[in-house]
Design a protein around this ligand. Structure first.
Ligand SMILES: [Zn+2]
Ligand SMILES: [Zn+2]
Length: 146
């Protein structure tokens, strides 16, 4: 069951010139990176003269810790994909197809990873931790030193 869920069979659209296919699938990334949950892959495939394009939105929730105050934070992420499906996996901005299937786990993970901010904060103006006593300064001044 699980193996089948991690890939998407697009043999129908690969064969139908001029056709299109819409699909929505939930993707389990828990084995790749448990920080991601509630991941949904929503895609529109189109076959134009044998070239299959895909426009997709990958959404999910990322759970991590704030880089400044180390409190747990969860944030919704959404990534857009607009590319072609090709058997040539050396093109890195395309989605590789193998045995008429695409790897949903890898596609969704790669797309969401790109949306992660380099600095992950619980909020824009997080005050972080006091460098001397380690208190969370979002909860008020720690009163030490100064
Ligand atoms: Zn914070
Ligand atoms: Zn302090």
């Amino acid at each position: 069951m699980k193996d089948q869920d991690s890939t998407l069979d697009i043999s129908g659209i690969l064969k139908s010139d001029g056709g299109s296919q819409h699909c929505v699938r939930s993707v389990d990334l828990s084995e790749t990176d448990p920080s991601f949950s509630d991941v949904v892959f929503d895609a529109e495939f189109r076959n134009i003269s044998g070239v299959v394009t895909v426009r997709a939105t990958v959404s999910g929730v990322y759970s991590g810790v704030c880089d400044r105050c180390l409190e747990p934070v969860s944030r919704g992420l959404s990534a857009g994909i607009d590319t072609v499906v090709t058997a040539d996996s050396s093109k890195d901005d395309s989605i590789a197809v193998k045995d008429s299937r695409i790897d949903l786990v890898r596609t969704a993970y790669d797309a969401l990873n790109l949306e992660l901010p380099t600095v992950f904060l619980c909020r824009e103006d997080c005050k972080g931790l006091c460098q001397s006593c380690g208190a969370n300064l979002n909860e008020g001044p720690c009163g030490c030193g100064r």
